[in-house]
Design a protein around this ligand. Structure first.
Ligand SMILES: *[C@@H]1O[C@H](CO)[C@@H](O)[C@H](O)[C@H]1NC(C)=O
Ligand SMILES: *[C@@H]1O[C@H](CO)[C@@H](O)[C@H](O)[C@H]1NC(C)=O
Ligand SMILES: *[C@@H]1O[C@H](CO)[C@@H](O)[C@H](O)[C@H]1NC(C)=O
Ligand SMILES: *[C@@H]1O[C@H](CO)[C@@H](O)[C@H](O)[C@H]1NC(C)=O
Ligand SMILES: *[C@@H]1O[C@H](CO)[C@@H](O)[C@H](O)[C@H]1NC(C)=O
Length: 488
C-alpha cells in the first residue's frame, strides 16, 4: 500500500478527520482557573441533530471591525509612571502586544477630565483668541511617553496603526459663558461656548492635532464634545444640544479641520445610546454638516438599548458607530473582583457589534486601587461610589502589584482575536440563553465568541453551514459564567 492509498484509508476510517479543520479555542470561566486560556484543539464533524444550536453563515456579511482599546487619561498615565520598569512593560504587553489584548485603538482627552490630577488646558490666557499661547506641555511628561510606548509595542506585534480618538471635556474657562471648566448645577446657567469664541474653539482642535503631530503622534479622529448632554458641577463639561453641535460643526469646526487636518475623522455625539437616534437625525439630516462627519460615538451608561444603535445605523448606514467609553463602578476588593462586570462588558460588546458598531473602547487603562486618581473627589464626591471607577488593571503603586480585573479577560476574548478588517457574519442562537458574535478575519479565519452569563452549563451544537463547502458541526459545553472564543 503506497502512502496515497494509506492516506485515503485512514481518512475514510476517521470519516471527517482529514477534511475537518482543527479548531483552536480559548476560555475564561468562573469555576476554573481559565483566564483567556488556550484549550485543547477540537475538530468539526458531519452535522447531527441537537436542539441547542448556534448557526454560522459566513456568506451573510455585515460591518467591518476597526478595533478595540482603552483610554490614555491623565490618571492612567500618572499611575503608569508610578510603576517600576518591569510592571510598565507588563502593562504595555498585557494591552498592546500580540501576547496580550492586541489593542489597536485608544481614547485621549483633549485637556483635563474627571480622571485627571487637576484641571488643566492648553491655553489659559484669557482673551487669547488666536491661541498664540497654546501649548501641550502638560501632556509631554506622562501622556505622550505612554502613547509612544504603546505604539511601539503595537508596531512590534500586529503592526496595526494605533487609532486614537481625542475628545475635549471642556474648553478653557474663558471660552465659556459661565467662565468655568465645570457646569453650574445643571445644563442651564451658561455651560456653553461663548458665541464670539466658536472659531477660537475650532482653532484649538486644529492646534491640538498639529501639536501632537509635531510630537510624532498622529491622531485618527476627534469627537466634538464628551457627553454633551451631561452637565456635572464637579468636573469638566460643556453642554451642546444636537442643533448647537450641528451648527458648531457646520460653520466652524468642520471647515477648519477639513482645511488644516483633512485626514482626521470627526465623530459626533459621544454620549449614551438613549438619545443616539435623535442626534444622528438632527446632524446627518443636514447635508452641509454631515459631509464633515465620519461617524457617531456612543457610551453605555443608559443601558443596552441595542435597538437604538441598530436604528441609528439603518437611518444613516454610511456613518459608522463606535463605542468610545464604558466603565464600571469602583471595585471594592481588587484582589477578588466581581465576576459580573466581565459579563456586562461582553454582553455590551456582543450586543453593540451585532447591531453594527465597528469598534469598542474601554475607559482608563490603569487606575489605583481606590479607582483613581480623580480630581473631583473626595470633597466634591456625591458619594464614595462616584469618586472612583474601575479599571481593567488596578495597581497598588506602594506594593507594586497589578490586579487584572475580570473584564480584562472578557475584553480579550474579542480584542485579541477580532483583527482590524474582520467582517461580522450572520449567527443565530437557537434554544439557549447563550450570546454569540461571529466574524471572518482578513485572512479568512472564522472567530466565534460564545458567552454564557447563566449559572448553568449549556451544551450546544456549533453549526457552520459552510466550512470549506461543507456543513460541519460539533457539540461543546459552555460552563456557567464563561466566555469562549473559537478560531477555525
Ligand atoms: C429548538 O428546539 C425545538 C424543540 O425541541 C426543536 O424542535 C427545534 O428543532 C430546535 N431548533 C433548532 C434550530 O434545532
Ligand atoms: C446564508 O447567507 C446567504 C447570503 O445572505 C444566503 O443567500 C443563504 O440563503 C444563507 N444560507 C442559509 C442556510 O441560511
Ligand atoms: C517591580 O516590582 C515587582 C513586584 O514587586 C518586582 O518583582 C520587580 O522585580 C520590580 N522590578 C524592578 C525593575 O524593580
Ligand atoms: C488675531 O489675528 C487676527 C489676524 O491676524 C488679528 O486681526 C486679531 O487682532 C488677532 N486677535 C487677537 C485677540 O490677538
Ligand atoms: C506610531 O508610530 C508610527 C511610526 O513611527 C507613526 O507613523 C505613527 O504616527 C504613530 N502613531 C501614533 C498614534 O503615535
Amino acid at each position: 500500500m503506497n502512502s496515497v492509498t494509506l492516506f485515503f484509508v485512514v481518512c475514510l476510517a476517521a470519516l471527517n478527520g482529514c477534511l475537518a479543520a482543527d479548531m483552536q479555542w480559548y476560555r475564561t470561566a468562573q469555576s476554573t482557573a481559565d483566564r483567556l486560556t488556550k484549550q485543547s484543539n477540537l475538530k468539526f464533524q458531519d452535522d447531527f441533530h441537537f436542539d441547542q444550536v448556534i448557526t454560522i453563515n459566513r456568506s451573510s456579511t455585515f460591518q467591518t471591525i476597526i478595533g478595540f482599546g482603552g483610554a490614555f487619561t491623565d490618571a492612567a498615565s500618572f499611575i503608569f509612571s508610578k510603576l517600576n520598569s518591569t510592571l510598565q512593560a507588563q502593562v504595555l504587553n498585557m494591552y498592546f502586544s500580540d501576547q496580550g489584548l492586541r489593542y489597536n485603538m485608544a481614547r485621549l482627552p483633549i485637556g483635563s477630565c474627571d480622571f485627571s490630577l487637576m484641571n488643566y488646558n492648553y491655553d489659559s490666557t484669557s482673551g487669547d483668541a488666536n491661541l498664540t499661547k497654546f501649548s501641550i506641555d502638560h501632556d509631554k511628561s506622562q501622556i505622550i511617553p505612554l502613547i509612544k510606548k504603546a505604539n511601539a509595542t503595537i508596531l512590534k506585534g500586529s503592526g496595526d496603526a494605533l487609532y486614537i480618538v481625542a475628545t475635549p471635556w471642556s474648553p478653557p474657562n474663558w471660552l465659556k459663558e459661565n467662565n468655568s471648566p465645570y457646569c453650574p448645577t445643571d445644563c442651564a446657567g451658561g455651560c456653553v461656548l461663548k458665541d464670539q469664541y466658536r472659531d477660537t474653539w475650532a482653532l484649538y482642535f486644529s492646534k491640538f492635532l498639529s501639536a501632537y503631530k509635531a510630537e510624532g503622534v498622529d491622531i485618527w479622529g476627534i469627537t466634538i464634545q464628551n457627553e454633551p448632554e451631561y452637565c456635572p458641577h464637579n468636573y469638566e463639561a460643556m453642554h451642546f444640544t444636537p442643533e448647537a453641535e450641528r451648527d458648531f460643526l457646520k460653520d466652524h469646526l468642520g471647515p477648519k479641520l477639513s482645511q488644516d487636518h483633512p485626514d482626521v475623522n470627526i465623530l459626533i455625539y459621544d454620549h449614551n445610546k438613549d438619545h443616539v437616534v435623535n442626534w444622528v437625525q438632527t446632524i446627518y439630516s443636514d447635508a452641509e454638516a454631515a459631509k464633515y462627519v465620519w461617524g457617531t460615538a456612543i457610551h453605555w451608561y443608559t443601558g443596552d438599548q441595542f435597538d437604538n444603535v441598530n436604528q441609528a445605523h439603518n437611518l444613516f448606514p454610511n456613518k459608522p458607530i463606535l463605542a468610545t467609553e464604558a466603565t464600571e463602578a469602583r471595585e471594592e476588593n481588587p484582589a477578588n473582583p466581581v465576576w459580573g462586570k466581565g459579563e456586562h462588558y461582553a454582553h455590551d460588546i456582543i450586543g453593540d457589534l451585532n447591531n453594527w458598531v465597528v469598534g469598542w473602547i474601554d475607559w482608563n487603562l490603569v487606575l489605583d486601587i481606590q479607582g483613581g486618581p480623580n480630581h473631583k473627589g473626595p470633597n466634591n464626591c456625591e458619594g464614595p461610589e462616584l469618586c472612583g471607577f474601575d479599571g481593567m488593571l488596578l495597581a497598588d503603586t506602594d506594593k507594586q502589584i497589578i490586579y487584572p480585573q475580570v473584564f480584562y479577560y472578557y475584553m480579550g476574548h474579542f480584542s485579541k482575536f477580532l483583527a482590524r478588517g474582520s467582517v461580522r457574519v450572520w449567527s443565530l442562537v437557537d434554544n439557549s440563553s447563550l450570546e454569540c458574535l461571529s466574524v471572518l478575519t482578513p485572512d479568512s479565519g472564522m472567530v466565534v465568541v460564545v458567552l454564557n452569563r447563566g449559572q448553568d452549563a449549556v451544551t450546544f451544537k456549533l453549526l457552520d453551514i459552510n466550512v470549506g463547502g461543507q456543513k460541519q458541526a460539533l457539540k461543546i459545553t459552555a460552563l456557567p459564567h464563561s466566555i469562549q472564543t473559537f478560531l477555525y
